[in-house]
Design a protein around this ligand. Sequence first.
Ligand code: FAD
Length: 404
Amino acid sequence: MDFKDTPAEAEFRAKARAFLDEHAERLAPGESAAGFMERDDPDLIKKSQAWQALKKDNGWACLTWPKEYGGQGLSSLESVVWNQEEGKYRTPPNVFSIGLGMMGPTIMAHGTDEQKERFLARMARGDDIWCQLFSEPAAGSDLAGLRTSAVRDGDDWVINGQKIWTTGATYCKWGMVITRSDPNAAKHDGLTYLIVDMESPGIEIRPIKQINGASGFNEVFFSDVRTPDSLRVGAVGDGWRGATTTLMNERASIGGGGGGLRAEDLLGLAKKVGRLDDSSVRQRIADFYVRASGLKYTGYRTQTAISRGSIPGPEASIGKLVGAPMMQELASFGIDLQGSAGVLIDRDFGCQDSYLGSPGMRIAGGTDEIMRDIIARRVLRLPTEPRVDKGVPFNQIPSGPPTP
Ligand SMILES: Cc1cc2nc3c(=O)[nH]c(=O)nc-3n(C[C@H](O)[C@H](O)[C@H](O)COP(=O)(O)OP(=O)(O)OC[C@H]3O[C@@H](n4cnc5c(N)ncnc54)[C@H](O)[C@@H]3O)c2cc1C
């Protein structure tokens, strides 16, 4: 494959640059896009929404989404070109990745026409921000072990239970929640996927304080929360199918290596701290660069799959398994480069912020161990782990006493 821009791509890149030059500040050479996030800024979400709306109104949002759903109907290559260019500018944090990267594609694949009409265009413009209500205190890697219940009552579902690690729940308008609608069915069969208004009565959101001082994710408690059956995504009891679509898209977006410190940022940092003369430093940066390039081209395979209309395959798991630990190593090396100053927060490159946040990337959307398991089964075709719960009604699977 020739990675040089074709004339059409070069023209597209020039147009993207012209838009970005007009509306955003270009980062200086060597300046990192990761930087330090002013997370105490009360207007941060509004700024992100304004940037998304500006992009949407000018044809630069959701490039690969079909036009009928508020996208631009462009190819994944054009999306890659746009992302490369946008990454060179200082822009507000992207709080839409869960909606645009995971919830939107799930609604496109499994939602009703009415849901697509009602939600996708607003999601694309950033008018509504979405969260993913999957994980529970006793259901993370083993997501199908979830216990949050949904009981049909007239035209509504009534939801009770607890979710955890819900990114952005405090500022999201809509959430997509996996519930157990039939405890008599086998573990993966009794699940139903619902959309819920996060302002509904009965929802309580408790932020969780993280190691880097932020509260990016939350506990969410449901007490008799009602959501109409018209907001069900897919068939009753078939929620696992939708959950799988969401998770494959999540792995693809994390594996894509977006966000955080980049190998080229280390060059700028090494120059700044006067360590670029050291051949071992240069060698290490080159090593990161090579690995990042492999990751980038593997990411293109995923993008190609998406642009051909298929759900990302196991290569998305490879990308995440390599990309997330590399993010951690990059940040760790960035801190080392700064010597004793590495214990302080640097606002230019954001190494410390990246370092403290990067273990989460190894956990979110499937831990390293789970990624290895998927690769073992689906790529290497190794035998699966023994499953004692297969086919057993969920309410007959032995478990510990319910938490009080
Ligand atoms: C930054 C971040 C954001 C997140 N955002 C969201 C969100 O928006 N919405 C949401 O629903 N969830 C979210 N999560 C939760 C995330 O999906 C879970 O943390 C993840 O699936 C792991 O589940 P767990 O935390 O329950 O760990 P567990 O599943 O309890 O795992 C604990 C340890 O056991 C290992 N382990 C578990 N099972 C196996 C196995 N079969 N074989 C080998 N090892 C195993 C794991 O690898 C891990 O090391 C987020 C997490 C993070 C870190």
